[in-house]
Design a protein around this ligand. Structure first.
Ligand code: MN
Length: 288
């Protein structure tokens, strides 16, 4: 099942290049009292709501995918987790790139663990990326994103894929510079998730997916997730050994080689096997 959030916070089922409005299924999410429970209310109830989604899809209003403005398929993650260098050829590329490496030690998951990005950086593909510092170098990082489905902690590698609700394409955007990585990767819209969430039952092996990213039609990044140094399960084991994971938590699993600059007016196109493709425009942030 491919589910999306679109337009004015509608819930959609994606089928055959169409989006079917199944927003009525959101009525099955009970109202919560303050303080709200951690995690995303929809993702935590996805299995319970799934039959209603399929029922509504029989008669829901249909739109062409090309006519739909996709929001992030997760609305309220408790955290967005990023993986540092997790592809050998990206490590080599980063070592060659003096802009990136000046004064900074490159590190792998084994050396540095994982890092966090602000939840407020999350955006859907239709919202695009807004460059806050267009005079500095802003880079795209294409990544497979895994969305956690249940509350869990200390998950073993063997059980790790069972806690995944689904997968999406992630863009871990970054502005280069001397500040902490978590700051430079937490600008509004610098965590793009989408175009929709493919439930885990539809992805046989998240560690064997082709994916690519183009900018203005030019090839930039192309890989298979089998090239990851830490696969999805191992990353989940590492992060859950440090903190509890909640439904809707987003893991961005690291970027392959081909990281490069984007400028206002650029259009990124991204595709992942088993998930789909999307266009993500780049703008300059306009502050009133
Ligand atoms: Mn990254």
């Amino acid at each position: 099942m491919k589910i999306c959030r679109f337009g004015d916070n509608r819930l959609g089922l994606v089928e055959d290049r169409q989006v079917i409005d199944v927003s009525e299924a959101l009525g099955l999410i009970p109202a919560a009292n303050y303080p709200y429970p951690a995690g995303d209310a929809l993702i935590s109830r996805l299995d319970a709501i799934r039959p209603r989604i399929l029922e509504l899809a029989a008669s829901g209003q249909r739109f062409e995918v090309s006519d739909v403005a996709f929001l992030s398929p997760v609305a309220n993650p408790s955290k967005i987790i990023g993986a540092p260098s997790n592809y050998e050829r990206h490590i080599a590329e980063a070592g060659r790139d003096k802009v990136i490496s000046a004064g900074r030690k490159r590190s792998t998951i084994a050396e540095a663990g994982l890092f966090l990005k602000a939840n407020s950086s999350l955006a859907g593909v239709s919202e695009g990326v807004r460059l806050r510092f267009p005079d500095r170098r802003n880079d795209h990082e294409l990544e497979l994103a895994a969305v956690i489905g249940v509350t869990c902690t200390n998950v073993s590698e063997a059980d790790a894929l069972d806690v995944v609700a689904g997968y999406a394409i992630g863009l871990d955007m970054v502005v280069r510079g001397p500040e902490e990585r978590s700051l430079r990767k937490s600008i509004d819209t610098y965590s793009v998730l989408g175009p929709w969430l493919v439930t885990a039952d539809e992805i046989d092996d998240p560690d064997n997916l082709d994916m690519w990213l183009k900018v203005n039609g030019e090839d930039r990044q192309s890989t298979n997730t089998s090239d990851m140094i830490y696969n999805v399960a191992r990353q989940i084991a590492v992060m859950s050994s440090f903190y509890t994971l909640y439904p809707g938590d987003i893991l961005m699993t690291g970027t392959p080689e081909g990281v490069g600059q984007v400028l206002p007016g650029d259009v990124m196109e991204m595709w992942c096997e088993g998930i789909g493709e999307a266009r993500v425009p780049v703008f300059e942030e306009v502050t009133a």
